[in-house]
Design a protein around this ligand. Structure first.
Ligand code: UFG
Length: 362
């Protein structure tokens, strides 16, 4: 297959590109590089010895995307592109809806025009709202009690794509609901590189362990969970990437929906201890108030994907911590290159990484 990955220069996209290339598929990436990084794809090429076709385009601009992709062939699409910071989506709802919905509409138009039928969509366990069962299965209701525009945009995208597939019965759609992606490729060459202060637990812990941040805030220790801290289903990004390839292989006419999770819950304090064990570094933390919109426990029932896609996680949370640490310690500034910025006179320069932290001055 020649697979178009929207948002393929991002965290999950770059790992999926790698797995597809390793399995002999061709990969075309379309990304606006607003959050993804071209260096990630250079490293995917270096790791696989294969080349990626890269197209820079903003999918919210239908005309420009159509023109940019005019000479690029592909026969299936995995749609990762979108904004994903939950808190930011509350502050900038219109931007989130515009970006996350318009990009899907563009893609569906282009797929219809070019008679491309296979689509795998990057959805999220967030569509379940507050799970009503210990393990959440695909049959659980969706779109009830969602607390932020990011979550609603995932829910709305599922509906838009489903309606498009009803109107085009030759479409084969797989909606993948991710639980909490973590970890990195075991080489340490690609991994998660959040801009600014990480929102998610594992990148924050990794940055504390490497000395880039002082301490972790544990958001609440009074949840109804064994140690009082939030419990999540962390899934290794390489398992997640393999889940996409399984979905592409299994796609058939109509819409199918699968959880991609491990079925195992891990608390915030268990995550801290696991990371300390693999990194051999302390992860200082303080207990802080609950974060608004957070839930006590969200863990997948992963059986449907096991049964139908013949896919299941094979890596543990400890594996994910080890690989995240390998990535973080080899790339303390992520993909950020060190550049010299002249401040005031040419003699006074500050060396800083491309993200948020000045690393030395002279
Ligand atoms: N947490 C902390 N401190 C931090 C960050 C997180 O204690 O600095 C805690 C949270 O309270 C939660 C757990 O760590 O209990 C996991 O938090 P994350 O932010 O890593 O992940 P969430 O489960 O909140 O959200 C993730 C994705 C969303 C997605 C959601 C679906 O980030 O995109 O899962 O369930 F919508």
């Amino acid at each position: 297959m020649r697979v178009l990955l929207t948002g393929g220069a991002g965290y999950i996209g770059s790992h999926t590109a790698l797995v597809l290339l390793e399995q002999g598929h061709d990969v075309v990436v379309v990304d606006d590089l607003s959050n993804g990084n071209r260096i990630a794809l250079d490293r995917v090429e270096e790791l696989t010895g294969r080349s990626v076709t890269f197209v820079q385009a903003d999918l919210t601009n239908t005309t420009a995307t159509r023109v940019t992709l005019a000479n690029t062939n592909f026969d299936a699409v995995v749609h990762f592109a979108g904004l994903k910071a939950v808190g930011e989506s509350v502050e900038q709802p219109v931007r989130y809806y515009r970006t996350n919905l318009a990009s899907t509409l563009t893609l569906l138009d282009i797929m219809a025009e070019r008679q491309i039928n296979t689509l795998v969509f990057s959805s999220s366990a967030t569509v379940y709202g507050e799970p009503q069962t210990p393990l959440v299965a695909e049959t659980h209701h969706t779109g009830v009690g969602l607390t932020n525009p990011y979550g609603w945009s995932k829910y709305m995208n599922e509906q838009i794509i489903t309606d498009a597939a009803v109107a085009r019965p030759d479409m084969s759609v797989v909606l993948l609901r991710y639980f909490n992606p973590v970890g990195a490729h075991p080489s340490g060459r690609i991994g998660e590189d959040p801009a600014g202060i990480p929102n998610n637990l594992l990148p924050f812990i990794a940055q504390v362990a490497v000395g880039r941040r002082d301490k972790l805030s544990v958001f609440g220790d009074d949840y109804d969970t064994p140690d009082g801290t939030g419990v999540r289903d962390y899934i290794h990004v390489m398992d997640l990437a393999e889940g996409h390839v399984a979905a592409l292989n299994y796609a058939s006419c109509g819409v199918q929906t699968y959880n991609l999770g491990s079925g195992v819950g891990t608390s915030v304090l268990e995550a801290v201890r696991a990371f300390e064990a693999v990194s051999n570094r302390p992860v200082p933390y303080q207990i802080s108030p609950r974060r608004s919109g957070d839930l006590a426990t969200v863990v997948a029932d992963p059986r449907l994907a096991q049964e139908k896609l013949k896919w299941q996680t094979t890596r543990t949370f400890a594996d994910a911590c080890r690989d995240a640490w390998n990535w973080q310690s080899q790339n303390p500034a992520g993909y950020g290159e060190t550049v010299r910025v002249v401040i005031g006179s040419p003699a006074a320069t500050v060396e800083r990484t491309l993200d948020d932290k000045a690393i030395s001055t002279r």
